[in-house]
Design a protein around this ligand. Structure first.
Ligand code: NAD
Length: 495
């Protein structure tokens, strides 16, 4: 028998195992150690959680939004107190280094405070009516029960973005965390319970995408689905949700690029590239996977990057000297490694990295070294497909116009960046880079929660998370006309 902690779903305020007793193991990707045992839930738990959320809906909808905000504020305070503990547990279940898991929890804290404030705003609009003695206004209503389905790479930040926006708007929620990272979501739900959230308003159901995710998407009492994950699953979710014309927000993949112009500050650019390409072992939707370098600096950049990258240390994310942790699991590592053969077949070269570590402690985990591919051209598969690992492809271009065209020519449109000292080039880039997020003289990662987050083209379906835009998804507009003339007034007819 293992002495690993056993965790349960949170449904209607009760901690419950799967009714049929099935479990799944949550393991540390750096060494295979068992982190915890979680329920492997199914339709029965989904039905129960949706029913609990439905039952809680009226009470929560009618709770004044400023009071809802006070609970969110308390969640922010609790997460702040628990930040170090949660971050350490997150590194064990997910692999990324401690400084990054602290940042992941910090996003949850930031979002809690931000959405708590929205409890005192949730702006609608009051506009003039066209007839006398008549008022016209628009207010927001919650959707009802919403499902939040989340990936493993930001185990607390992404659930927080979704759940906090949904709750402040008056919805009740069923959260389905990624199968690889249920513990961080459970810690988030615990903070809500301890902050006094009424029972059933937020429910957690752990399990796989097929057994929990899809039944949630199809459930007739789920009004909206907020999904972050891969393009294939996002498409399947959208198609299934369309059967009942449900509202869906999709945040999907990326193929993000950093452009470096000849006039750039190369020291700064190298730091930005290394952080964006190899932070979280490249497993961020905004990770930089293409370096678009102008001809005059391409060779020097490659040389400096190779030198810098070969000094990055792989290891357990809790060890102080570690720069890059493991990938989420062995199959993801093997998938990433598969791209080395693809790159070579298409004529690219591996400048550094490109081999699975086979010795010492690294052999016990799903590690992959930071890797740079050179001689890449814009339409090679490694320049077009999301690899989701620590692999950077270098593409040479001659001009700003070519750099922008290469950046924009993928099926994704999440994040892009340019390093230049030329103010005109920066302005043109801001105007013409067709991604949802653009950075000037910074890498492709590091979004702040008060701005809209999301992408164009295949990165999503046009919605944005974070910022005020998040409330657009989680609310319906209701237009209200108040006639105080005491007579029948006909719009468009009576003048
Ligand atoms: P994934 O699509 O495999 O899983 C995402 C979630 O969907 C998980 O909870 C999973 O269990 C669930 N799921 C799987 N199959 C399902 C199904 N048939 N029906 C319903 N739910 C199902 O993605 P992942 O591997 O966890 O995450 C990596 C992907 O997420 C990458 O493509 C990355 O770019 C993307 N991502 C995007 C953003 C963004 O905001 N654009 C942020 C982070 C990650």
């Amino acid at each position: 028998m293992s002495d690993a902690p056993v965790y349960h779903n949170s449904i209607g305020g009760e901690w419950l195992p799967a009714a049929d007793g099935r479990i799944s193991e949550n393991r540390d990707p750096a060494n295979g150690e068992l982190v915890g045992i979680f329920p492997r839930s199914g339709q029965a738990e989904v039905d129960r959680a949706v029913a609990a959320a439905r039952q809680a809906f009226d009470g929560w909808r009618l709770t004044p939004a400023p009071k809802r905000g006070e609970i969110l504020f308390r969640v922010g305070e609790l997460l702040r107190e628990r930040k170090e503990d949660i971050a350490r547990q997150m590194t064990r279940e997910m692999g990324k280094v401690l400084v990054e898991t602290r940042g992941d929890v910090q996003e949850g804290i930031d979002m809690a405070y931000y959405m708590a404030g929205e409890g005192r705003r949730l702006f609608g609009s009051v506009v003039p009516a066209e007839l006398p003695n008549k008022a016209a206004l628009a207010m927001r209503d919650p959707l009802g029960v919403v499902a939040c389905v989340t990936p493993w790479n930001f185990p607390m930040a992404i659930p927080s973005w979704k759940v906090m926006a949904a709750l402040i708007a008056g919805n009740t929620v069923v959260l389905k965390p990624a199968t690889d990272t249920p513990l961080s979501s459970l810690k988030l739900v615990e903070a809500f319970i301890d902050a006094g959230l009424p029972l059933g308003v937020l429910n957690l159901v752990c399990g796989t995408g097929d057994e929990v995710g899809m039944p949630l998407v199809r459930h007739p009492d789920v009004a909206g689905i907020s999904f972050t994950g891969s393009n294939d699953v996002g498409r399947a979710v959208n198609i299934a949700a369309a059967e009942r014309l449900k509202r869906v927000t999709l945040e999907l993949g990326g193929k993000n690029a950093i452009i470096v112009m000849d006039d750039a500050d190369l020291d700064l650019a190298v730091e930005g590239i290394v952080w964006s390409a190899f932070g979280t072992a490249g497993q961020r939707c905004t990770a930089c996977s293409r370096l678009i370098a102008q001809r005059g600096v391409r060779a020097e950049l490659e040389q400096r990057l190779a030198e810098r990258v070969s000094r990055l240390r792989l290891g357990h994310g809790l060890d102080a000297g570690t720069d890059v942790g493991p990938l989420i699991n062995a199959s993801q590592r093997d998938r990433v490694h598969g791209y080395m053969a693809v790159a070579r077949e298409e004529g690219a070269h591996v400048l550094v990295g490109g081999e699975i570590p086979t010795e010492g402690d690294l052999a016990k985990g799903s590690f992959y070294p930071p890797t740079i591919l050179t001689g890449v051209t814009p339409h090679m598969r490694v320049a077009q497909e999301e690899i989701f690992g620590p692999v950077l492809s270098v593409i040479e271009v001659a001009t700003l116009a070519e750099a922008i065209a290469v950046n924009n020519d993928t099926r994704y449109g999440l994040s892009s960046a340019i390093f230049t000292r030329d103010v005109n080039a920066a302005q043109i880039a801001m105007r013409d880079l067709s991604t949802g997020i653009v950075y000037i003289n910074a890498g492709t990662i590091g979004a702040e929660i008060q701005l809209p987050f999301g992408g164009t083209r295949g990165t999503g379906n046009g919605h944005r998370e974070a910022g005020l835009g998040a409330l657009e998804f989680f609310t319906e507009w209701k237009a209200i006309y108040i006639d105080y003339s005491g007579r029948l007034q006909r719009a468009q007819i009576d003048s």
